[in-house]
Write a protein that binds this ligand. Sequence first.
Ligand SMILES: Nc1ncnc2c1ncn2[C@@H]1O[C@H](COP(=O)(O)OP(=O)(O)OP(=O)(O)O)[C@@H](O)[C@H]1O
Ligand SMILES: [Mg+2]
Length: 314
Amino acid sequence: MSPINVKLQKRMNIFKLMNIEITNKEWLYMLKDETRNSIMIEGFFSDEEELEKIIAGNHRSSNEAVNYFRTAKNFYSIALEMHKTNEDIPCLSIVKSIHRMLFENLVDPRRLGDFRYGKVIITGSKINPPEYDIADWVRLWCNYTKYVFERYSPDEASARSHVFFECIHPFEDGNGRIGRILLNFFLIKYGLINITVKGMKKKERERYIQSLESAEKGFIGILNQVPKKLSPEFVDENIKEEDIKPLKDLILESLIEAMDRYICIFEKDFVTTQEAARILNTSVDNVFKMISRKNIIATKDKGRWRIPRRFLMD
Ligand SMILES: Nc1ncnc2c1ncn2[C@@H]1O[C@H](COP(=O)(O)OP(=O)(O)OP(=O)(O)O)[C@@H](O)[C@H]1O
Ligand SMILES: [Mg+2]
């Protein structure tokens, strides 16, 4: 088990003292950002006006963006309650219900929540997702996810869990979006916050897909076995740290960014980069470097950095 990243630990210490609430307006804007990126990975564009309407609570229709937003909001609230009550996750039902809500009014209602029948191909991947026993595979995935979250730092656990879900590819369509919603579901359940996997730019999508390609290597020899006979420990032994690293790093960066944004929602006293330079007795250039290395907690708002004074000296 690798030690927890110090920059992440710093944010986690602040998070421990916070009473996480996820339905405030700022958080809804974070969710809008996540939606826009997540559906763009699939090639769907979101209509800003429509997302604004759903934030305001007056949108009834269905499309990829609206359904993503609604589903994420709903399941992240459930995850937050599960975090607070410390109740166990009825994981298979959660996975199926996410599919149900994500595709509501978009596919034949009889297919909502249904795992796929037969083969599926992941374009460009060397992985052959299992053909049979999909429910057993998802059950194994659930146990595996709980196992890794108990054992690894959240970034490492999320990476291991996310790639396994994508390798199983349990549904005919929507596996990427459902996998990313589940990733966030578990982050919230374990006391953290939902991240945005960036996908607006071609480069960002490529980075995400390439990191999955690297991470999936350990699963090639597993997916042709009988899931009922496999344990989380066995699955985990097949995954090499160096293969999972690109996906772990991507998640770590996104997580730090999301946590900083979330922390800043509740701060009132911010300093500018100039003021920060004066306080830290350094150059403004150096402050920019510290921000980009995530040594300082900060968020960008309309092109300007906002730095909460409280955590500047930590
Ligand atoms: N090489 C790979 N190994 C494992 N998983 C992969 C690989 N390449 C892509 N994926 C996953 O497959 C997803 C696409 O699957 P699918 O079309 O079922 O989901 P989607 O939600 O409709 O699409 P998208 O995730 O692109 O929005 C990608 O988003 C990614 O998460
Ligand atoms: Mg698709």
